[in-house]
Design a protein around this ligand. Structure first.
Ligand code: T46
Length: 141
C-alpha cells in the first residue's frame, strides 16, 4: 500500500551580521531534479488556492515571505501546516490533494517542482483523486 506523502524539510541559513541567505541545491537541500520554479504572490484575503492533486509531480513549497496555510490530504490522512519560515519547506509527492489558504498580504509562496508545467497532470475533482489514490495504493506491493 502506498499513498501520497509529505514531509517538512529544514534548510540551514548562511546568515551573518548583514542578514540571511538560504541556498537550495538540487540533490542536496532539494531531493529531486529541479525543472521548474514558480511563486504565488498577492493572493487576495479569503482566497483558497490549489484544490487539486497531481498524478506525477514532486514539489517543495516554501513561504519565503509572509505566511499561509497548506492542507494536504492523501485520501487517508490529512494534515494542515502553517508555512511562515523561509527555512522550512513542505515537500509534497504524487497524489496528494492540496489547498492553500490564509495567505498574509505579503506572502510569497515559492514552489520548486521536478517536472515542467503539464495541465493534464492535474486532478481537479476530489472524487477522481480518491479513486486514483485507492487504485494506486492497491496496485503497489
Ligand atoms: C500547486 C500549487 C502549490 C502556468 O502557466 N505554469 C505553471 O507552472 C503553473 C503552476 C501555473 N500556470 C498557470 C495555470 C493557471 O492559468 O497559472 C495559472 C494559475 O495556476 P493554478 O490555478 O493552478 O494555481 P494554484 O495556486 O491553484 O496552484 C499552484 C500550482 O498550479 C499547483 O501545481 O501544487 O500551486
Amino acid at each position: 500500500m502506498r499513498h501520497g506523502s509529505w514531509s517538512l524539510l529544514t534548510f540551514h541559513s548562511k546568515g551573518d551580521q548583514r542578514g540571511q541567505l538560504v541556498a537550495l541545491q538540487e540533490g542536496f537541500e532539494i531531493p529531486f531534479e529541479i525543472k521548474r520554479v514558480y511563486y504565488l504572490t498577492r493572493t487576495l484575503a479569503g482566497v483558497t488556492r490549489g484544490m487539486h492533486a497531481h498524478i506525477d509531480l514532486d514539489q517543495v513549497l516554501i513561504a519565503v515571505s509572509g505566511k499561509c496555510r497548506v492542507l494536504v490530504d492523501n485520501g487517508v490522512t490529512r494534515e494542515s501546516f502553517i508555512l511562515d519560515d523561509c527555512q522550512k519547506g513542505l515537500r509534497i509527492t504524487n497524489l496528494v490533494w492540496r489547498e492553500m489558504s490564509d495567505f498574509s498580504s505579503d506572502c510569497v509562496l515559492l514552489v520548486l517542482a521536478n517536472r515542467y508545467y503539464e495541465p493534464l497532470d492535474y486532478v481537479r475533482e476530489y472524487s477522481d483523486f480518491l479513486r486514483l489514490s485507492t487504485a494506486n495504493s492497491n496496485s503497489v506491493g
